[in-house]
Design a protein around this ligand. Sequence first.
Ligand code: GLN
Length: 253
Amino acid sequence: MKRSLALLSTAILCCSALFLTGCGDNQANGGKKVLKMATEATFPPYEYFENGKVCGIDVDIVTEITKNLGYDLEVVDMKFDSVILSVQTSKCDIAASGITVTEDRKKQINFTHPYVTAAQVIIVPKESKIAKPEDLKDEKIRIAVQQGTTGDSYVATNLHEPLRYDNAGLAVAALLAAKCEAVVCDSEPAKVHVSKHPEVKILPIALTSEEYAFALNKKDTELLDGFNKELIKMRENGKLQAILDKYLNAKPE
Ligand code: GLN
């Protein structure tokens, strides 16, 4: 027992060392530098696991940009409330995680040009009496959100304290288990969750209108310039739209 505990702690130490050395410094990799992208991969269609790999809109856009800038890309999955911090503390080079541009976050990191617009929407059971945003004001309505998101701050600031979960999928699971009466989350992931659970629906009126951008450390101004130039190029040559179309027009299975 003692021996297996010792082995386990050695394994944990090795894994953390790998993570710590892996993040931050751009290491040589066959002559190419590696950019570390921080994300939270339960946010379809922007980032999600498929066959053990993180894929989605953010991964495709950042892969295209890093390729053009001469880097290899490594994706690092973590909790959403660590994504911006990992860039701020230089553990990762870029955060790409459906991150909404906000004034508060602008104080911590630099944002690239926005690449898409989004919204916070409300998910409720199909037979729910909740029909519009004002109905959420009732303190008895328990609202589930993803911790650290703009949905979390919108509900806490404008409505009342939400129930916080690690991701929107868990918030929807709470709704299905009648542990809350509504979920507030980003519009595209909401569509994916609702397509899998016919017993819930998205209300037609959104709570916010937001823009997503990538986040970089404030000192990485050269890399920021590179990203912004590539984003403009991808807008002009249609590659950005092609990536959005590939995922956002996809029909649910
Ligand atoms: N767009 C939301 C935010 O930036 C949620 C992002 C996410 O959960 N990945 O807070």
